[in-house]
Design a protein around this ligand. Structure first.
Ligand code: CAA
Length: 367
């Protein structure tokens, strides 16, 4: 293609289609509490958890990612041959070398002039994949083609680990192209610090976590990202302009703690903080409560819930956090197709179809 026959560089880019997928099993956290001899209120009230989505040996991270991608591509309605990038954020890698995107491409028969890769930065990987896709569109490098972005994970802790009630799984796929569902602002607000708060050494099945330290890192990252967004202006004005403020959701109480820290840094009193949490944050964590922590997908499940039914031009803030640690605050604006919220049917379908797991089945799944 000669330089003068190239498609024009788009002025805006963002989410053109969304697909979600949850696995076929779930266990209420009260059931786990009984199994572990804990007061169920520690999990439901103390951590704010409700259910843990669980995979089967036959339905794991590949199936989650493929089904989410299939749904997003079908809903997009474009020609799969026009996909020029597949970027998958995950911390459930299948292999140290072969990217998860290759499994997805294989099952969906996506091949040819496609940049296909995996992005790793703990729970931040899906956000990085989305940012790269948006920047690829806005740079003109995409040559008018679309990107398929995926965030997919299965979060499991060792049996009896304090993190066990926060387990979960899920996948979100987004086609990045014309911003018919949401425009992603090219300006974002990152913050990173090297830390060992949550990590999984090569060859180990489960993560190692310094729980209290990971909470401190997450809160500090949130405070710094929101401060950069407000940039010395009025926090009320900047934050009230958003219809929803979404967070990475390791467990819902964690998000509340971060909101408290952010609110206090702006000098808000407890009442103001509680109102902000109830109005802007909590309403878009209901899908997260049904699936638990889905690592890279967690934030994008919340964003998908926030965008569903949102009038055009309404704003959503999205705070991404990945241990290690890296964080970024993004600004999205609803496009004309957000109001229809077509992707909500994925959640309804998967939640209606899934089976409830009791302690005995959970034990056999883990063995
Ligand atoms: N009724 C009501 N509440 C109760 C209770 C009861 N009977 N018993 C305890 N609680 C409350 C506690 O008071 C506490 O609340 P506050 O924090 O508000 O005081 C809460 O339940 C949790 O209790 P503990 O602190 O004793 O819990 P724990 O030591 O078992 O650890 C954990 C909990 C932080 C989730 C830990 O398990 C953990 O390490 N989780 C994994 C790491 C994690 O998710 N970190 C988040 C940021 S890192 C990240 O973002 C990466 C990622 O996605 C994993």
């Amino acid at each position: 293609m000669s330089a003068n026959s190239r498609p024009p560089i788009p002025r805006d880019a963002g989410i053109a289609s969304i697909g979600l997928n949850f696995p076929p099993l779930a266990m209420p956290v009260e059931e786990l509490a009984r199994l572990r001899g804990q007061d169920p209120a520690k999990y439901t009230v103390g951590l704010g958890c409700q259910e843990m989505a669980l995979c089967t040996p036959e339905y794991g991270v590949v199936e989650l990612a493929v089904e989410a991608a299939r749904r997003a591509l079908e809903r997009w309605g474009g020609d799969p041959a026009d996909v020029g990038m597949i970027a998958v954020g995950t911390e459930t890698a299948m292999d140290m070398s072969r990217p998860l995107s290759a499994w997805v491409a294989e099952r969906l028969d996506l091949r040819g002039a496609v940049r296909s890769y995996e992005v790793k930065h703990a729970c931040y990987g899906g956000t990085l994949a989305l940012r790269q896709a948006v920047e690829w569109k806005l740079s003109g490098a995409s040559q008018g083609r679309a990107a398929l972005v995926l965030a997919a994970d299965v979060a499991l802790y060792a049996e009896g680990d304090p993190g066990e009630p926060t387990q979960g799984a899920g996948a979100v796929a987004m086609v990045v192209d014309e911003p018919s569902i949401a425009r992603v602002d090219p300006v974002s607000y990152p913050w990173s610090e090297p830390a060992f708060d949550f990590w999984r050494p090569v060859g180990e099945a489960y993560p190692r976590v310094d729980g209290a330290f990971s909470l401190d890192c997450y809160k500090r990252a949130a405070e710094n990202c929101f401060k950069a967004l407000v940039n010395g202006g009025s926090a009320e004005e900047v934050l009230e302009r958003a219809a929803a403020v979404c967070f990475h959701v390791p467990f819902p109480k964690m998000v509340k703690k971060a909101v408290v820290q952010v609110g206090r840094s702006f000098g808000w009193d407890e009442e103001r903080i509680d109102r902000f949490f109830a109005d802007k944050v909590e309403p878009s964590m209901q899908w997260n409560r049904r699936c638990g922590n889905a690592y890279t997908a967690s934030l994008w499940i919340s964003v998908a819930e926030a965008l569903r039914g949102l009038p055009r031009d309404e704003r959503v803030l999205a705070f991404s956090y990945g241990s290690g640690f890296g964080a970024e605050l993004l600004l999205l604006e609803a496009g004309p197709e957000a109001a229809a919220g077509a992707w909500a049917s994925d959640v309804e379908t998967d939640l209606a179809a899934r089976h409830r797991v009791d302690a005995a089945r959970y034990g056999s799944l883990r063995s």
